[in-house]
Design a protein around this ligand. Sequence first.
Ligand code: C2E
Ligand code: CA
Ligand code: CA
Length: 762
Amino acid sequence: MKYKSQLMVSVVVGFALLTGYLIAYAFFHREKGDLVYIIFNSYALLAVLLSFLMVLRRQKHEAHKKEIARKRLSYLAKNLTSPAMLWNDSFTEVVPNDALSELSELKMREDFDAKHVVPMFFGKTEMSDADIREIVIAKNQEYSFITPSGVPHDMIWNTSAVETDEDGVTWLLSIGMDLADIRNMQSEIATYSRKLSASEGRHNLTMELMDVGLLLIEQGNPRLFPSEKLQKMFGLRSNTVTVQEIRQRIYPLDVVAFDSHVQAIRNHMRHYIGRTETLELRICSADGQYRWYSYRFRATTNKDSGRLVVGGTVIDISAEKQKDAKIEQIAYEDAVTNIPNRNKLMRMGEELYQCTIELNSSYWVIVMDIDRFHLINDTCGYATGNALLRSFADALVKQLSHGGFGARISGDNFALILRDSGDETLPEKVVGKIQRALLTKAVGDLSNRSLTCSAGYARMPADGDSFEHVLEHAEFALSSGTKSLGSIRRYTSEMHDTIIQDSNLETQLHDAVMRNELELYYQPKVSLTTGEIIGLEALARWHHPSGKLISPTVFIPIAERSQLITQITRFVLDEACRQMKLWQTMGLPDTVMSINFSGTDFYQENICAQILKTLQKHNLDPRCLEIELTESLALMDIDVTIARMQELRAAGIQLAMDDFGTGYSSLSYLQRLPFTMLKLDRSFVAGMDGDPVVQEIIRSVARVAKAKKITTIAEGVETPEQAKILREAGCDFAQGYLYGHPMTAKETEQFIRSNQNEKNVF
Ligand code: C2E
Ligand code: CA
Ligand code: CA
């Protein structure tokens, strides 16, 4: 795009100069003479030439950049021994490696027309976005294609999205496995297995195949039998070992896979008769280094003892792994923390889920996030933010020594899978340890006191019918506890029951809106320096027919899930404007009335017109109205948000960012979104006493806001000490029980009158 517009500009400039030149030529040539003509001539030609040169250079630079990126990726594909291709979702290019060219008999570059060839490999004639998504998710799915000479191939493709370039084109890497190869391998193993059963005993067999490591596991025998070679490989001192001795040598991230296989082998040895399985793990070898080993095993009956035996070869595959490591890294490793990413977690989790079903075992799935991470990122910079993520990953990995799997799944979200050995308090203990570890991390200039993390967890397979489902439930538990820092919540099905109760309330709420059971309470906002009331926030209350007063924290979320919120907001807007106008006509001092908006309200097409109409109806100045938006709401669709906010601002309406400090809390949004006020969430204020870090954060937030001419207000101020700290930190206003609870209209009126006479500055 950039390039095109530059080209346009250059052409226009070129033509303008040429035209100018022609006019000047006509004018001067007649009047003056050849010298001026030559100067103009050269000048204009030079300018045209220069602008074209500029465009050419730019074009070359862009092409060069793309070329480098592409080269890097195709290098990775080319170095794979398996058939592989790099392609993009606009089907403009496909880069096959040699193995794929050979297998598919498509040798020429022209043969690889992405539009035709990529779908062909997936057994299709063309592919939609949904097909691509399915391919990326699907695993071990077989696809067939026929080569030009008529040879059919069955393949398994593993596809990962590796990068999205600046034009929004996603590049995907597909690594294939020819099933013919797998079948060959199976027959090779069958031969080996025949040898195994034909041999006279373990030790003969060990002698026979000394060049590779061998490991035998006998049914009912707690000891395993490594061959001499394997003893050397792992530095084992005896020709029998316990599972525990091997387990101690396994790389922490691979212990879960080891455990589940050992359990499967022990409990279901019969499963493996005639079936070859491969287990790839990192194990500490004799030289103290972790190396990759592959154990290819199957079960057979030992003729001597009549017992079942699982036997297989152990081969060092580090060299092969190293080749594929780069690709593994891109597809499965998080670049910031170097621990597995979400892709890897999903694969691992799905496999484990299957194991839990087959083996009747159980795991904990824990999801964690660092409290107020975005704020730390913003105030201390990305380098500190990344260092904190790495520290967190370190703390997490330390918890894996007893078997477990950890990953960074997004932003500041991490996940942990732990073996459930019957201790119901294990997740809390482990998260507690991570929380304590976090406290001891000195990250850049951030002192440690405010570093906490929250967690939600669920049990697998009990809490969901797939791994994805269990993970969702753990995330659900996490999000239901976000209001308090450092919370650890276990998923329970009752969390869903509240949703069922909600639907009952929903019907009642519908009637309540119709029957006018809603009332507005008002809470004053006060200047921290003068004690004057500068505004009032309208907060909805529901008088339930049972006589109870229901809190908006209960009914607003229900209303938001249905369309009821639209009617509630319409009522709140109308009532708040009416009340404000009434107070103004009664001669009470001018203040601003704030109302809270939900996402559905804000994204309504005609919302601005509706507000202006209500203001007109009550003859209220738009400058007396403020709308409070939470930042997550404001970020649902950034372009629409900016447009809508500007429309409201142009009409004179004020806009406050509510609950700052709970969601992403990114100060950068203040740069982009035209807020007039920033409301620090009350969790901030509550955690502020004696915590210099939180105070420092408030100071920086207030400073940034001030520079942008945005006022700051703190919510939930309950003590004079808090008011003092906030004032010193540069915060302008405050709201909270220290000044006044939310009150009925009548009480509010009295409150405003008494404030006229006596202003309290705490
Ligand atoms: P909010 O906008 O953050 O409102 C502030 C909440 O903090 C109010 O709770 C208020 O009573 C409470 N609060 C004020 N000062 C203090 C204090 O010093 N200490 C403590 N602990 N709490 C304090 P409330 O009225 O229960 O409202 C809860 C939430 O419900 C509001 O949070 C707002 O998000 C939502 N809400 C209330 N009315 C409406 C409405 O008309 N429309 C929409 N969309 N949401 C509303
Ligand atoms: Ca609010
Ligand atoms: Ca708030």
